[in-house]
Design a protein around this ligand. Structure first.
Ligand code: GCV
Length: 675
């Protein structure tokens, strides 16, 4: 009897071990796991940051970890934020030149161990390749989040500065664990009010919470604030009264937030005010603000995302045309923030031609972590490959020290990621979206990290050590972004999304106010062909790239196939390298995209019981939504293209479920994230 009971108990334990965690997990802990360690840690020093670092290690690592010692040291090679973790006798030593560097070292050791590394063998040394690694929140003062799909804003402006929600600390901790060192709190479509005294006090409260974690606060500034807040008649950057107003405003902010990072500005873009309203240049505007924060060590992040309805030239050319001639005119504490591609965070874009083309200007790359164009919160699209692809792209410019060829990452002083964080319990609307926040931080720290390695370490920390889960989840992640490209429009098609909320397909839309807001502007498809001619015979946008790159893009045969229709308008019968017509290749990509999503869902099903039930079920349901929506994209797009080209679907392909009129009749209200 006793033996039977024991056998049953052992059997149960074994079943539990194989089945993985049976308890529900709401995703709140992100990749940071649960407490339960009891490592022995000593600290040389007692700063709040060092104490946090020690607490993290104690909490995360088991008692049998070799004793750990944290200490600041002089080691110029580490810079201000780099760390070294090494074995010294029986002790593991974590060093850095500053407290926050030691904190980064502590998180690196935890990551190493929780991704399967042996703590006793840990030998880690790393310095960040990019100085400023920032989240940009598009959070409004009313709690809504522009392009946010994870609930309301994390910042409860109403109860700040008095109430400091513990979530603010958890947010800072998560960011510190991946090396993010700054956060812009409010939307670039900014309200002047966010610079008023009450809101400065609220931002200061957040800055106090974030400071020990090495995170500085920045604010988006509305260029016309001197008029709206200051009662001035103008915001002309050349007017001394305007400059004095900004100087006084900067002084006021720095009194409340001594380590304030600076301002992020969206000027003369999509209706926002800016220096061009007064005939002044972007450099005039940025430099005036730069002078105001310079005495305090602040920076101005000035966005290059500009395009005008009054400008009939190709939208993809406008930012370069406006900014490149200003190279050398920006103050040293101005950083021009450039979106990764020349249009707007599409599932795939070529890199922006400004990277490498402004050698005398500091640059930031802006990525969108929130998935405005990649399926909101519900589609699984791991963005590590998208970020890495852009950061790794050669600019074609050769610079001193970069004779082998400069990549986009080499041109950067800062990397910004438009946050996907909200008040949802799991922070980002889904477990897999957490990986995009994670990958952003890891790649901002080191743009050379492979996206797959990041996916694996994220999966290990998020789901635990089960190799099947890590292998399967990371493999799903690695093919997910390409699946989205395939079912929304492959080969460089872009901006085919429905009206301003960008939910679902709308390649037929042609009646929006500004020409470049309409999908038909981008695909230019008709009976004969499809694609945007950006060569010499068209808009000649290719001339904005370095000559070696431009030469390759000049001919469809030498253009990367994944960007073919971004740069070329081609007949539907164009022969691809494999001999198929462009039409057949494009049509089959829609099928491939849908098939990939179905495969991801099947793969996820194999992990049932190995991932906790709560997160497993939510991801499974989201994959079902994605399957339905991928089919919708496929069917509606094929119905539309065939209505233009009159061609039959390639052999064996299923006809769309509905006719084009049905797809065109789909309208949605109350779509999340729409401004
Ligand atoms: C914050 C796109 C988005 C807008 C966003 C804008 C920008 O146009 O749809 O919501 O506005 O980019 O980056 O400024």
């Amino acid at each position: 009897m006793f033996r039977t009971l024991r056998r049953m108990a052992v059997g149960l334990l074994l079943a539990m071990a194989v089945a993985g965690p049976a308890h529900a997990d709401d995703g709140y802990r992100l990749w940071l796991g649960s407490a339960g360690g009891n490592a022995s840690v000593t600290v040389e020093g007692n700063s709040p940051t060092l104490i946090l670092a020690a607490d993290e290690l104690r909490r995360a690592l088991p008692a049998n970890t070799p004793p750990i010692r944290l200490a600041r040291v002089k080691d110029a090679g580490l810079g201000n934020e780099g760390y070294a973790v090494r074995r010294s006798g029986s002790t593991l030593v974590i060093n850095g030149q500053t407290d926050v560097a030691v904190l980064y070292g502590a998180f690196a050791l935890i990551r190493h161990v929780r991704s399967g590394g042996d703590p006793a063998q840990a030998s880690l040394r790393s310095t960040p390749r990019v100085a400023l690694r920032l989240l940009n929140h598009w959070d409004n003062l009313d709690g809504s989040v522009e392009r946010g799909y994870a609930g309301q804003s994390l910042w409860d402006w109403w109860t700040l500065p008095d109430y400091r929600d513990p979530r603010y600390t958890d947010y800072a901790r998560a960011n510190a664990s991946i090396g993010v060192n700054g956060t812009v709190l409010n939307n670039v479509n900014a309200k002047a009010e966010s610079l008023s005294a009450p809101y400065i006090a609220k931002a200061a409260a957040l800055a106090d919470v974030f400071r020990p974690w090495g995170i500085r606060v920045y604010l988006s500034a509305r260029f016309s604030a001197p008029i709206e807040l200051g009662g001035l008649k103008t915001a002309d950057p050349r007017d001394p009264a305007v400059a004095a107003w900004w100087q006084a405003k900067a002084d006021e902010i720095y009194r409340a937030i001594p380590d304030f990072g600076g301002f992020l500005v969206k000027a003369n873009s999509e209706g926002q005010p800016g220096p061009r309203d007064y005939g002044a240049s972007h450099a005039d505007g940025a430099n005036m603000l730069a002078a105001a924060v310079k005495p305090h060590g602040g920076v101005i992040l000035w966005r290059a995302f500009v395009y005008a309805d009054s400008d009939p030239t190709d939208r993809a050319k406008q930012a370069y045309a406006e900014f490149q001639p200003l190279d050398g005119q920006f103050a040293s504490n101005v950083i021009v923030q450039v979106k990764n591609g020349p249009i707007d965070f599409q599932p795939r874009e070529p890199v922006h031609p400004l990277f490498g083309a402004m050698p005398r200007t500091r640059l930031a790359a802006e990525f969108q972590i929130t998935k405005e164009y990649l399926g909101f919160a519900t589609h699984l699209a791991y963005l590590g490959p998208l970020f890495a692809e852009a950061l790794d792209t050669p600019t074609g410019h050769v610079t001193q020290g970069n004779e082998a060829g400069q990549t986009v990452a080499d041109t950067l002083t800062a990397v910004s990621g438009v946050s996907n964080i909200g008040r949802d319990r799991d922070w980002t609307g889904s477990t897999f979206n957490q990986a995009n926040w994670y990958a952003f931080g890891r790649l901002a720290w080191d743009p050379t990290l492979p996206a797959q390695a990041i996916a694996r370490e994220w999966a290990a920390q998020t789901f635990g050590p089960d190799a099947r889960v890590i292998d399967t989840a990371s493999a799903m992640m690695m093919r997910s972004r390409e699946a989205v490209v395939d079912y929304t429009g492959a080969f460089g098609l872009a901006h085919l999304f429905s009206s301003d909320h960008h939910y679902g397909p709308g390649p037929w839309i042609d009646d929006l106010k500004r020409p470049e807001w309409n999908p038909v502007y981008y695909h230019r498809a008709d009976r004969n062909g499809i694609g945007f001619d950006r060569t010499r015979t068209g808009s000649n946008a290719i001339a904005q790239y370095a000559p070696a790159i431009a030469a390759r893009l000049a001919r469809p045969e030498t253009t990367p196939p994944e960007l073919l229709l971004w740069f070329h308008h081609l007949p539907w019968e164009w022969r691809m390298a494999d001999g198929r017509t462009l039409w057949e290749a494009l049509a089959r990509r829609y099928d491939r995209g849908v098939a990939e999503v179905m495969a991801m869902r099947r793969d996820w099903a194999t992990l049932k019981g190995r991932v906790d039930p709560e997160r497993w079920a939510k991801a499974d349901t989201y994959l079902a939504i994605q399957t339905r929506e991928a089919k919708w994209w496929r069917d509606s797009s094929l119905a539309y293209w065939t209505s233009l080209n009159g061609l039959p679907l390639p052999q064996g392909m299923a006809a769309p479920e509905h006719d084009l009129a049905w797809y065109k009749a789909q309208h949605f209200t109350h779509v999340p994230g729409a401004p």
